[in-house]
Design a protein around this ligand. Structure first.
Ligand code: C2O
Length: 608
């Protein structure tokens, strides 16, 4: 009796597998990447990165199990590109992950590159450029993975995607940031804020229905609060992970984070209700009085009724307490992973280097790109692939063994909050200090950074929430855990694009031997390297002969001699500026010919 039952079960499983496979399809996009002009806030037309002559960019939609193929041609003429599929695990397809000089070469103007991978995940994701701070120029959009088996499918009538984003009027390359003239590293303040790449828009709804709203913050810098006046909602997904439906009425969504929520509409169509996004102003260094910090879009029940502005007065976010993502329960009830095999302990700080500019550091290392993409170093280094030395000091490599349980303990020595993202995984959220309710956003004002103490901390949840991007409080800490079951090179970094530019990143070399066994790089990926003049073999210094010789590797700028402080740099910058202005004045006076001797001295200065 036992054997026929087993045969029956196996054939049933095979049938299910067959049905799922035959359901899967290939979704292909051709992306011709060019500059176009857009003016989404109506304040300033600017150059943005368009696809096939269009901006906003296409939302990509696939079904779970599909293959996604995107053929990229870089027709920008003057800028490199790549695409990262934020939140996709890329299991066995690490080379499709997208960050340049990590898993591929940059796609230079005139070059092509095909991304091709199977999507075995579900939920709300996004895609964005991942080289040289290219996504704030508009190269980002939502990526939705529908799932016929989602537990909440029967719970809603219709769905909407709602993206939010900060917006700059200048091209990234025209914004002065890492510079001696910006010694404090003040992040550029956005010029405005968008919802669905526009402003003052409406979602048309009917009374007495339930809607699934997919929320994505695809900005480069600023976290947003989100609520709908007079409506609470149920959270059912966080960063691609289904959660037990959980009631909330205010979310904080950092850049790169996503939520799906169920919103049930009222029975009356008398009013329209503001959907409100509020800028986390604690992140902004200087706020111009003209900058509008809260924005209203509408849940539109009635096109002819009033579209009222949000009740919230022109916006101070400091007294908002959002729903705490640390308390969500994953719907699959994956329990807390066992104690870690390896603990990566890092402290994030911002500081100046000897050129006077501001940089960002994990344990005093500011990520500096290697000369060979790290994945290609793995593939060309044989047995030495398990030796972190070959990846260079300034990529900040950590080698992980296959299936190790990994903890990252991140202590934030900085007075700003940071949204940290890990490629290739989501991770369990074990603890965070301080919590949203307990001074998260005000802790910066204390002079009292608190670091994680392994022998004295709040107990870890039995079913920890999981996500791929988590915000660490100012001067506080987070502890996250994951299992190294996805061989690949995975970047761990702050998702504020300015901070990534400043080096707030490190690489995890996960199961290098398994990477070597499983990875074949397609021809067009090598061709992209040739076009870029980047070597596809050797260590981080590009040395393919002696892998342990890192001489010539890219290094971060040297540290300031001891005793220099930020204040000293500010003083130095101002005295230099004053000196240059002074010389300019003297120069103009001197060149006017009134004083021969002076004009000679001045021209000697300028030539010297
Ligand atoms: Cu959206 Cu490196 O990440």
């Amino acid at each position: 009796m036992a054997i026929p039952t087993r045969i029956l079960l196996v054939s049933f499983a095979a049938l299910i597998f067959f049905i799922q496979c035959s359901r899967a399809k290939t979704v292909t996009h051709d992306f011709n990447v060019t500059w176009v002009t857009a003016n989404p806030d109506g304040l300033h037309p600017r150059k943005v990165v368009g696809i096939n002559g269009q901006w906003p960019l296409p939302v990509i939609e696939v079904d779970k199990g599909d293959r996604l193929v995107v053929n990229v041609y870089n027709a920008l003429g003057d800028k490199n590109t790549t695409i990262h599929w934020h939140g996709m695990f890329q299991n066995n397809t690490n080379h499709m992950d997208g960050p340049s000089m990590v898993t591929q070469c940059p796609i230079v103007p005139g070059a092509s590159f095909t991304y091709n991978f199977t999507v075995n995940q579900n939920g709300t994701y996004w895609y964005h450029c991942h080289t040289d701070a290219c996504y704030p120029d508009g190269y980002r959009q939502a990526l939705i993975v529908h799932d016929q088996d989602a537990f909440f499918n029967e719970m809603y009538d219709e769905e909407f995607t709602l993206t939010m984003s900060d917006w700059y009027h200048e091209l990234v390359e025209d914004i002065t940031f890492i510079s001696v003239t910006n010694p404090t590293g003040a992040e550029p303040v956005p010029d405005s804020f968008l919802v669905n790449d526009t402003q003052n828009s409406s979602l048309a709804v009917e009374p007495g229905k339930t809607y699934l709203l997919r929320l994505v913050n695809m900005g480069a810098f600023v976290g947003m609060y989100f609520y709908i006046e007079d409506h609470s909602f149920q959270i059912v997904e966080m960063d691609g992970v289904y959660t037990d439906p959980t009631e909330a009425d205010l979310l904080y969504i950092s850049v790169a984070q996503r939520y799906s929520i169920l919103v049930t509409t009222k029975n009356s169509t008398a009013k329209n209700y503001p959907i409100v996004t509020v800028v986390d102003s604690s992140l902004l260094d200087a706020i111009q009085p003209t900058l509008q910090l809260n924005h209203t879009n509408w849940l539109e029940y009635n096109t002819t009724a009033d579209h009222p502005q949000a009740l919230m007065p022109a916006s101070d976010s400091s007294d908002l307490t959002p729903f705490d993502d640390m308390t969500l329960i994953p719907h699959d009830r994956t329990p807390l992973l066992p104690d870690p095999d390896i603990v990566i302990e890092i402290t994030a700080i911002m500081d100046n280097l000897a050129n006077g500019a501001g940089y960002a550091f994990f344990n005093n290392i500011s990520y500096t790109r290697p000369k060979v993409p790290t994945l290609y170093s793995v593939l060309s280094s044989g047995d030495l692939a398990t030796n972190p030395t070959i990846y260079g000091e300034y990529t900040h490599p950590t080698v992980l063994g296959h299936n190790q349980v990994v903890d990252i303990v991140l202590n934030n020595g900085d007075t700003g909050s940071h949204p940290f993202h890990l490629h290739g995984h989501n991770f369990q959220l074990l603890t965070r200090f301080p919590s949203y309710a307990d001074g998260f956003f005000t802790y910066a004002d204390t002079d009292n950074p608190v670091t994680f103490n392994p022998s004295n901390h709040s107990s870890f949840p039995a079913y920890p929430p999981r996500r791929d991007t988590l915000v660490v409080p100012p001067q506080g800490y987070i502890v996250i855990r994951f299992i190294a079951d996805n061989p690949g090179i995975w970047l761990f970094h702050c998702h504020i694009d300015w901070h990534l530019m400043q080096g707030l990143a490190m690489v995890l070399i996960e199961a290098p031997t398994q990477i070597q066994q499983r990875t074949t790089i397609p021809e067009d990926h090598w061709a992209a390297c040739s076009a870029a003049g980047v070597s596809g073999v050797g260590n981080a210094a590009g040395n393919a002969e002696d892998l342990l010789d890192l001489s010539g590797e890219n290094r971060q700028v040297a540290w300031l001699p001891a005793g220099f402080t930020t204040r000293g740099i500010v003083a130095m910058v101002f005295s230099c500026v004053a000196a240059v202005l002074g010389l300019g004045v003297v120069g103009v006076y001197g060149m006017s010919g009134n004083n021969e001797e002076c004009s000679q001295v001045v021209s000697r200065y300028f030539q010297g």
